[in-house]
Design a protein around this ligand. Structure first.
Ligand SMILES: Cc1cc2nc3c(=O)[nH]c(=O)nc-3n(C[C@H](O)[C@H](O)[C@H](O)COP(=O)(O)OP(=O)(O)OC[C@H]3O[C@@H](n4cnc5c(N)ncnc54)[C@H](O)[C@@H]3O)c2cc1C
Length: 296
């Protein structure tokens, strides 16, 4: 096994060697997720130019090496065995520019910067532009869909495409980009004078979400009809329920927190117990908002 892994890492490093940016072998993914959980990436690569991200993805597609794009790592759970391929981080693609009422941002720009330019409904959501676009991240005050004008993304054949909002099909924590697995390189947003006041949004979050422990935000999607996932979990008596160091938050039952050294297997076991209990009690099977990264 070790020899195969060495071989894969060597192949990837050779494939990336002329591209700008940094690559690391055996990078601990726990360092790159807000959950602070996950094994190692066979190779992690931080491109410093959008073109390098494009070439890295095209190369991985051609040679058949598993790959994924990671933004702020605030909505993912990597397994304890890690990722057997190349994790391409957008952390070094952070440029933002504003042209009157349009804001253009590279995929790795933190959402917090967009909030400063006026996209107040997103205040307090961790993560990057790319992750937020594919997830259609948002709060009850509004989501990415309210601001999005265009997206530059790579299609399944590695061709660059510019898509309008309709083609992106943003819906509740979902998009066509997410379903198709198309990497987002940059996006444009409409700024308005009459946006939501970020302080108000932040205040609401502070009183309703656990801030002290690592987490990945809401784990379950709210059902389309009826009460929210958090309410169902709380009423099913699961607040404070624990597997290893993975704990259902006492403050917001749709959050699972890492209370120390939680492993991905703890989180997954806890997810199944919560789902089964809610199913028994209310007949509702909760879908996941959290992205559990399970490469073949
Ligand atoms: C404390 C906390 C509070 C949160 N509150 C909210 C909230 O109020 N509302 C909300 O919507 N979310 C919330 N989240 C979840 C999360 O912050 C959002 O989903 C965020 O948009 C994820 O962005 P990211 O860059 O961290 O994505 P990641 O976690 O890095 O990735 C998530 C998914 O997006 C994909 N992805 C990342 N970048 C790209 C790219 N450039 N192109 C294509 N795919 C990409 C990844 O492959 C993965 O499938 C919260 C999370 C935490 C930890």
């Amino acid at each position: 096994m070790a020899a195969i892994a060495q071989d894969l890492a060597g192949t990837v490093l050779r494939g990336l060697k002329d591209l700008p940016g940094r690559a690391a072998i055996g990078e601990p993914l726990a360092r790159h997720t807000t959950f602070r959980i996950g094994g190692n990436a066979e190779v992690m690569y931080w491109p410093t130019q959008p073109g390098a991200l494009v070439e890295a993805v095209q190369w991985a597609q051609q040679v058949g090496v598993p790959w994924m794009v990671l933004g702020g790592g605030s909505n993912v759970l990597f397994l304890d065995r890690g990722f057997p391929g190349i994790v391409i981080s957008t952390r070094r693609l952070r440029a933002v520019e504003v042209d009157r009422t349009e804001l253009r941002a590279q995929a790795g720009a933190p959402l917090a910067r967009l909030v400063r330019y006026g996209m107040g409904a997103l205040a307090g959501i961790p993560g990057s532009v790319g992750g937020a676009v594919v997830m259609n991240a948002g709060t009850r005050h509004g989501s990415m869909a309210a601001y999005l004008c265009w997206v530059k993304a790579l299609d399944g054949r590695g061709r660059l495409r510019t898509l309008g909002p309709a083609e992106c099909e943003l819906s509740y924590r979902d998009s066509a980009l997410r379903r198709l697995g198309w990497p987002v390189l940059s996006a444009g947003f409409r700024l308005s004078q009459r946006d939501v006041e970020p302080q108000r949004v932040l205040q609401e979050r502070r009183s309703s979400q656990p801030m002290g422990f690592p987490s990945a935000g809401c784990v379950f999607r709210n059902p389309t009809d009826g009460p929210a996932a958090g309410w169902l979990i709380e009423q099913a008596g699961m607040k404070g329920y624990r597997v290893g160091d993975a704990v259902v938050s006492e403050l917001h039952a749709n959050f699972i927190c890492n209370a120390g050294r939680a492993r991905a297997s703890d989180v997954l076991a806890l997810i199944e117990r919560v789902r089964c209990r809610v199913q028994q009690r209310f007949g509702v099977w909760l879908g996941l908002e959290l992205d559990v990264v399970t490469p073949l």
